[in-house]
Design a protein around this ligand. Structure first.
Ligand code: UDP
Length: 432
């Protein structure tokens, strides 16, 4: 992945991906359906706008969705907004407040937020059939570019159920300027949101990306050994940004409880440092302090060279995958773990129950005690753990692969262009 600077926003250079390669995973019928749905949008100009090309679930998904849109014949691209440090501090507060934290929103914070958005909007160039703006950071863009044509979609990846009212009422008018909004679950849609269309689309993982592609046990064992992890010993794994909502300290407590019964257990916490996440480094340090120098707790990040292939290997070597989040919009790491045939224990919050069928593909938990108990249960029953993982892989195959994500976007594009007089995108080369 590479980015280059243009004033305001940066274009993200993307790898090429071919839809045909996915046939072996999802079958020919799904591919035929995708091509049929994409036919009216050949050449349609689509731009996705987000705040980072690296770290976190949004970036993870766009690195696949956009190449697949291209492979389906759309003229799709991705731009990253720029912003001052102050802007990213404000947007992190916004993220936390929209997930339910009680935080202030001062006039200076509003000004910093709008200031960077104005900068980005002024340098925004091009005409598009569809502009998809991800999350709150660039949300005001639609209002700031009110004269632009095309259909504008706001994709919210956050669980808004407990959103701080001050922040939401500040954001709401910007969101209402869009033609449509996408949420992960119906529960996340605020009752007072007035918008032309709401679509419910769960996120998805790419089964062929370096993070999820097949890997032999030998290779996975070799990779984890490089990081001082013993592939022959049981291992608990959580892959998540260092963030209080992901509860890495709670995961350490779970590990400590499990260690009482399984002294040979190891814990691997992998967390990337996203550039739009100024709290990350600070929380990494807190987690490190909490680990108190325990050499069986492995704290790893992109700074140690842990990238997609390493995450793949670590998830494959896990005895149990944990995602003990206290809030979670969706949690791609859950589908990633299930796809690798691992049982996943997750917090019973947000989008996690959408992916984990309690007692079937893993467990949903609400406390450290419950999480420890379920982890022990799975460690004592490897056959059951394996069966759960296998079932989980099928749930992911049916619901949470990138091909389903592409289908959901195409369906929304179709819905948006079939309403009223605009029967097809303005710049589409052909239409059915
Ligand atoms: N991730 C990663 N390295 C890390 C931490 C996270 O590659 O050190 C990836 C992880 O595998 C997943 C994404 O970042 O694909 C996190 O997405 P998720 O939806 O779980 O959480 P978010 O960060 O969006 O809240």
């Amino acid at each position: 992945m590479q980015e280059f600077r243009t004033p305001g926003m940066q274009d993200v250079v993307l790898a090429e991906k071919s839809l045909a390669d996915y046939e072996s995973v999802v079958g020919e019928d799904i591919l035929a359906e995708l091509h049929r749905m994409a036919k009216p949008f050949q050449g349609a100009r689509v731009v996705h706008i987000s705040s980072t090309a690296y770290g976190g679930g949004v970036a993870e998904m766009l690195h696949t969705l956009i190449p697949l849109m291209r492979s389906a014949g759309l003229d799709a691209s991705w731009r990253i907004i720029s912003g001052t440090d102050e802007f990213f501090t404000v947007t992190k507060s916004m993220h936390n407040a929209l997930q339910g934290m009680d935080l202030d929103l001062t006039p200076a914070m509003k000004a910093a937020y709008l200031h960077s958005n104005v900068d980005n909007s002024v340098y925004f160039e091009g005409n598009f059939d569809f502009v998809v703006v991800h999350d709150p950071q660039p949300a005001p863009l639609r209002m700031l570019r009110a004269g632009d044509g095309g259909k504008w979609i706001w994709r919210c990846h956050i669980d808004l159920t407990a959103a701080n009212e001050t922040y939401w009422s500040f954001l709401r008018p910007y969101v209402q300027a869009y033609d449509a909004a996408i949420f992960t679950m119906p529960e996340y849609v605020k009752k007072d949101l007035q918008i032309g269309k709401v679509a419910i689309v769960p996120p998805a993982i790419d089964p062929l990306s370096p993070k999820n592609a097949p890997m032999s046990d030998e290779d996975a064992a070799r990779v984890v050994s490089l990081y001082g992890i013993d592939p022959t010993r049981p291992m608990l794994v959580q892959v998540s940004r260092f963030d209080p909502w992901k509860d890495p300290l709670g995961v350490i407590d779970v590990y400590r409880a499990v260690r009482q019964r399984f002294p040979e257990v190891q814990l691997v916490l992998v967390g990337s440092m996203a550039h739009d996440d100024p709290e990350g480094m600070e929380y990494y340090q807190r987690t490190k302090d909490y680990a108190e120098g325990d050499t069986d707790i492995h704290l790893l990040s992109n700074i140690d060279g842990v990238g997609n292939v390493e995450v793949n290997a670590i998830q494959r070597m896990a005895t149990v995958v944990l995602q003990k989040s206290l809030r979670e919009g969706f949690g791609l790491t859950i589908s990633e773990g299930l796809w690798k045939g691992k049982p996943v224990i997750g917090g019973n919050v947000g989008g996690i129950p959408l992916q984990i069928q309690d007692g079937e593909t893993g467990y949903l938990v609400t406390s450290i005690e419950e999480c420890s108990k379920r982890t022990l249960e799975l460690m004592r029953n490897p056959v059951r753990a394996q069966k759960m993982g296998e079932r989980g892989r099928e749930v992911v195959r049916q619901n949470f692969l990138s091909t389903a994500n592409l289908r959901n976007y195409l369906r929304l594009f179709s819905d948006l262009t079939q309403t009223r007089s605009a029967a097809r995108p303005r710049h589409a080369r052909s239409a059915v």
